[in-house]
Design a protein around this ligand. Sequence first.
Ligand code: FNR
Length: 408
Amino acid sequence: MEVTNVTEYQAIAKEKLPKMAYDYYASGAEDQWTLAENRNAFSRILFRPRILIDVSKIDMSTTVLGFKISMPIMIAPTAFQKMAHPEGEYATARAASAAGTIMTLSSWATSSVEEVASTGPGIRFFQLYVYKDRNVVAQLVRRAERAGFKAIALTVDTPRLGRREADIKNRFVLPPFLTLKNFDGLDLGKMDQANDSGLASYVAGQIDRTLSWKDVKWLQSITSMLILVKGVITAEDTRLAIQNGAAGIIVSNHGARQLDYVPSTIMALEEVVKAAQGRVPVFLDGGVRRGTDVFKALALGASGIFIGRPVVFSLAAEGEAGVKKVLQMLRDEFELTMALSGCRSLKEITRDHIMTEWDAPRTLPAARINEEGRKALTDLDEEKRFRSEAVEELERKEEEFVANESEL
Ligand code: FNR
């Protein structure tokens, strides 16, 4: 049957792949609450489309860190792509460059930075996990730079691996015919069997849990590539990332595979965008499966989005053609969403094109609220503050009363 949307690839991948591989790709951490929420939260954001605007020409192109791409839809790093398809990262690289967009290669790719570079021209970022052995990191960064990678996505949400119970049950390890290709010559390319998840043990053994902000500075000292900090979901860390020299931020919860019960990324996005104050671009990944999702992220201030699972699932189903189709479907849906919302270029997508559950009740777009409306909203806020202060006062009195009683 014809595939007509990105999500349909998941069921096909499930049929085609061995259970251990499919579960590794699909799983989230623990209760997988955040995994579901990454999708659900998008469905709670609604549109405020504008009509009767000439949308005969739509321009989706943009620049990311100075690199021109055809659309704000890029590829997130996902490990072990040859477990999905023999062509693995090669297929993804070719599909991304054919679509005129950026691919991020995982540190844990099953193809090396040099091999991916050999597939031909393309704008590529390299995702970095920081190993305990900093010589290994320095060598790898240098190789990525030499292979023409343009930026580093430094993953900061993985001091330890999140608890993915399917991987524990399956005793997940990389199939014997595959290695973490970037680490082959460094004696770190193999993952041993463990009596839980082999990957969790590998991370516990090799990844540097001491990683902190000073290391972002250190990374800058060993490379001229720009650094995106991947895994920020709070305003506090946004400010720290900027202070420490990040060229951009990726709002990510690692596809809900690390800490469960963090908010969906689309819910966290606006807080980060506000804290960034336009000083660096903010990107998002997590749960993007529709062109409408891309639009919603941009309306909340993202400069672009990345997709993770749709790439591995489509790769498993149809290899390079599958990844190409995923990128094309998202592109077409996003273009249609822009047209139906009355937006001809990315800069025409505004906050007023969507409404969220955390918006103040309003009948008019925020930008056009008149004096009277603004006053009504301020009064409402003050009333709320007054009420909560009154409640606090009551609670305090009650506690005092209880304390006095027990003294008596
Ligand atoms: C990931 N992700 C990830 N991130 C990273 O920094 N390095 C990595 O090697 C991987 N590997 C990886 C494998 C698989 C199978 C998944 C699903 C995810 C996280 C990834 O970059 C991205 O943050 C999420 O995948 C985005 O969410 P969606 O699009 O999968 O919902």
